[in-house]
Structures are given as C-alpha cells and as structure tokens.
Design a protein around this ligand. Structure first.
Ligand SMILES: [Zn+2]
Length: 240
C-alpha cells in the first residue's frame, strides 16, 4: 500500500462499526480525502482527539482501494479547543466546515488555495480576530469566488452603469440598476452592498466597523445556497 504524508483539516467524522470512524479531510496537497481512522473511538486510541472536526494535523495516510487509512496523526493547531468552547464560534465554524465539504466535491484533486483559505478562517475564528459571523460569511463568499462564483458588484450586469445599483440578482451573478433589474433581484441599500463587497474581498478594516446588516447576511445565505446548489444547513441555524 502506498503511503503519503500531508497536512489536513478535519471537516467531519462519521462512525464506522464498533470503534472506527470515517474522517473527511481537506488536505493541503491532495484535496479532499476520506479516510478510515481505526480504533479512534476507543478510550485509549493512539489518535487521541487529533481527528476531531476543526483539528489541523500532520498525517500519514495509506492509500486504500476505496478509502485511505490514517496511520499516524500529529496535531499542528488546536483550533478545536477555542472553537468548541464558544457557541458563536462553534456555529460559525460549522458553516465554514460544511461549505468546504460541499464546495470541494472531487476527492484527491489538489485544492491548495481552498486549503489555505480554510486554515486562515479557522485561525481567525479561534483567535477571536473578528466578528465570528463576518468570518464565516467572508469565508463562504471567498471560497465560492475561488471556485469561480465571484459576484460582480461594481456595475449593472445589464447596462454596465456604475451608479443606481439598487438591486442584486443571485442567479444573475451581481448588481443591477433600478431600470434593468430582473424580478428575482433583491433590493439592496448602499450600506449593505458595501458590506457585501467587503466580505468578498476580505476588507476587515471596513468589516470591523460594525455587525453584519441582516440584508448582507441574507445575500450571503442566498449566494451560498444558490451556488452550492443545496441549502447550507448550518447557515440556516444561524438565522434561527
Ligand atoms: Zn442597468
């Protein structure tokens, strides 16, 4: 069996049999990988808590026919400790992991930029660098942008004028002026649109000035749902 080494963030885990788990990982060099961690649910597992969601670890993996097998794991960063201790961090962290899992669909296809964006979002969350909701919303917009779904927010999609951008169409892919907007477009105000732009570019100087407008949060949710083609469950939980 071929052995390879990579660092990874644990996105999710599901039980397998009596003592094992299937771990979904986003790795730095091998993209998304699903691997079996044997004996991980035993009290004296050699993996300890290193293979829980939010953990970033250095791994040795053995290539299997369908699933790979984790043979060694060493912790690199324990974002999980800080994130799990705070409900607000935990629920926004859930949005981030779920988005990463859905967005990177193909296994073993390198997604280095997605990996780096994920690590930086989790590190910001764990260190309370910014408002947790803004961190997860910015992650959703930027990870989708990396995947090719960046909104166009500086001119009207129809006539290209740069003023009176009073609408945003998720299906259309960006802003529209009041004369051209389609029926699906959402009416926006300049403040919310400005915040939406700041999320897409990671402009923390602008975002740290105040909480996310409900309309901005709604635009992110709609954008995420539309371009991931199914609802982001954790994003819904944030609204309730
Ligand atoms: Zn127009």
């Amino acid at each position: 069996m071929a052995i390879y080494r990579d660092e990874a963030v644990v996105l999710k885990t599901v039980k397998l049999g009596e003592a094992d788990r299937i771990i979904t990982l986003l790795t730095r060099d091998h993209g998304k990988v699903r691997a079996v961690a044997k004996g991980v649910r035993r009290t004296r597992s050699r993996f300890g808590a290193r293979l829980e969601p939010f953990m970033r670890a250095d791994l040795l993996l053995a290539q299997g026919r369908s699933l790979d097998v984790v043979s060694q794991a060493a912790s690199i960063a324990t974002y999980a400790d800080a994130i799990s201790a705070d409900y607000d961090l935990y629920s926004n962290g859930g949005v981030i992991l779920e988005t990463a899992d859905k967005l990177v669909a193909t296994e073993h296809e390198p997604a280095r930029a997605q990996y780096l964006l994920l690590v930086s979002a989790l590190a910001s969350l764990a260190s309370h660098a910014h408002d947790p909701h803004a961190i997860s919303a910015s992650y959703v917009m930027r990870s989708l942008a990396l995947a090719g779904w960046r909104p166009r927010l500086d001119s009207c999609l129809v006539c290209a004028r740069r003023d009176r951008l009073d609408y945003c169409s998720v299906a259309g892919g960006g802003t529209m002026c009041s004369g051209d907007h389609t029926t699906d477009a959402i009416k926006v105000d300049p403040g919310s649109l400005d915040q939406f732009r700041a999320l897409c570019s990671g402009d923390w100087g602008r975002l740290d000035g105040g909480a996310l407008n409900p309309l901005t949060a709604r635009l992110v949710e709609k954008w995420g749902e539309y371009y991931l083609e199914r609802p982001i469950r954790s994003l819904r939980l944030l609204d309730s």
